[in-house]
Write a protein that binds this ligand. Sequence first.
Ligand code: NDP
Length: 302
Amino acid sequence: MSTSAVNTLSVTVIGLGPMGQAMAGAYLDAGYRVTVWNRTARRADDLVARGAVRAATVEEALTANEVVVLSLTDYAAMYAILEPAAAALEGRVLVNLSSDTPEGAREGAAWAERHGARHLTGGVMTPPSGIGSTEFDTYYSGPRDLFEECEATLKVITGTDYRGEDPGLAALYYQLQMDLFWNSLTAWLHTVALANAHSIGASEIRPYAVQTLGGMGRFIDFYTPRIESGQHGGDVERISMAVASMDHVVHTARDAGVDTALPAATLEAFRRAAAEGFEEDSLTRLIAVFGRGGTDAAAPAK
Ligand code: NDP
């Protein structure tokens, strides 16, 4: 199998949502010959005006270049698009920047290999505005030699952070950060709703929100070595205090007519930790409480 084509400055991008459009644009800016395909064809119009080649079919998109970047909502979209054109996958390198679960990424890599393609999983850690810059990274996993062959091409999109051979690893690191990102951002939006209920605008609480969320790094730095050494003493804060504090948050939201589901879920976790006998310990005991499983509020209804 040829490996030289990964450096031939030509690439196919399948999937032209905000991310795929930014990626194809970055390749054009970098002087690559770019072939594009998207289910909704008009999303390619601006890129074609800038010099990209619009593939008429998925087969044409796959055969145009050895390296095929996939930027799709999820892996189900990949199967929907590529399964009918699977015969054209032989010899391709799929750089799959669609997000999904680690297990989904492993299955996707195995599926690609069964069709004669090589697969790199990617998890992109920037919104479209950061594409084309190495200021932010994309996590990659899959065969190391393949990653190294493709690295120059990958670096057109973002910086690279190779996580290991297991195809699920890049997806796992991505999901770990999405767990943090969506929960933190949603907590802030809840805070804005609560402030709004008191006629305080987002801009008024912005400096305070930035200070609180911006300071989280210091908490992570402080607690991480304690967690690693099994130190969960309540010398700084105790779960009994956290229960009382979170209860005040829930009541403040309820009194203002604001939805309480989000802070109530946090309060419930604190109460579980207290009920397990950790009242006098640090909040870091939650790691063990969460790790034991238990509540699955998002489980599909039976
Ligand atoms: P979108 O969901 O907006 O678009 C992705 C593409 O998937 C579109 O081209 C869409 O086609 C296509 N698609 C979805 N379902 C199907 C299907 N069943 N059959 C064919 N095509 C399908 O995603 P984004 O561009 O925003 O993001 C791409 C990936 O990058 C996602 O996995 C996302 O999680 C991840 N990501 C996104 C970030 C962001 O800020 N946007 C940041 C970091 C990662 P069509 O145009 O026809 O609808």
